[in-house]
Design a protein. Structure first.
Length: 96
């Protein structure tokens, strides 16, 4: 069985990093000014640019969801620490 160790300070740094990254990615948007050019290759390029913009939006949404999940993990972790802090050693060891 694998064990996971989370350093509280590094975990908060990771949460902050994800949050900033999501904001940075959300602001990205590529565009192309066709300037009236009607070429099939330019139209195809525009389709690709639109697809990339959609992927960036999706990635930003996923990063924001991951950030919220990490915050939830930390909140549950802190609540568990608080619950354990109020118990005696006997209650912890023997489930009393």
């Amino acid at each position: 069985m694998a064990e996971i160790y989370l350093d509280p300070n590094k975990f908060q740094d990771q949460i902050d990093s994800f949050e900033k990254g999501a904001e940075t990615i959300q602001a990205l948007k590529y565009s192309l000014d066709k300037q009236g050019v009607r070429l099939r290759c330019v139209d195809r390029y525009m389709e690709c640019v639109d697809e990339v913009n959609g992927l960036i939006t999706l990635f930003s949404t996923m990063m924001a969801q991951d950030t919220e999940s990490m915050k939830l993990i930390k909140a549950k972790w802190m609540n568990l620490d608080s619950d354990i802090a109020t118990k005696t050693l006997g209650e912890i060891l023997f489930g009393l």
